[in-house]
Unconditional design. Structure first.
Length: 113
């Protein structure tokens, strides 16, 4: 009977030791989980900042390119407008010259009559 009692006590000690180890491991796992959550939060912040920087860089680049293109378009439009106005003035000058010539011819013909 003494041997049974001793075996039971040894079993309780083994169970108690196992329980302590389980509790210790659980605590360690909880600590590790908390540390991983903190590290994950840090990574999220880093990634968000990095994404924001790249988005701003891309936006700045695109804005710059659109401004360059708008400036080129403005130059092209101005050049075309100048050409159009110049051509219209040439036509206008030619029309005025023809009209003056016709008028001069009429005046000359009216004097002859």
């Amino acid at each position: 009977m003494a041997k049974k009692k001793k075996d039971t006590l040894d079993l309780y000690k083994v169970l108690e030791t196992l329980n302590d180890k389980i509790n210790s491991n659980t605590t360690q796992l909880e600590n590790n989980t908390d540390q991983l959550k903190l590290q994950l939060d840090e990574v999220k912040v880093y990634l968000l900042e990095n994404i924001e920087k790249r988005a701003k860089t891309s936006l700045d680049f695109l804005t710059s390119e659109f401004k360059k293109e708008a400036n080129e378009n403005r130059k092209n439009i101005n050049s075309k407008q100048e050409r159009l106005v110049t051509e219209e003035f040439k036509k206008f000058k030619i029309d005025i010259s023809k009209d003056l010539e016709d008028l001069a011819n009429r005046v000359m013909n009216s004097r002859i009559i």
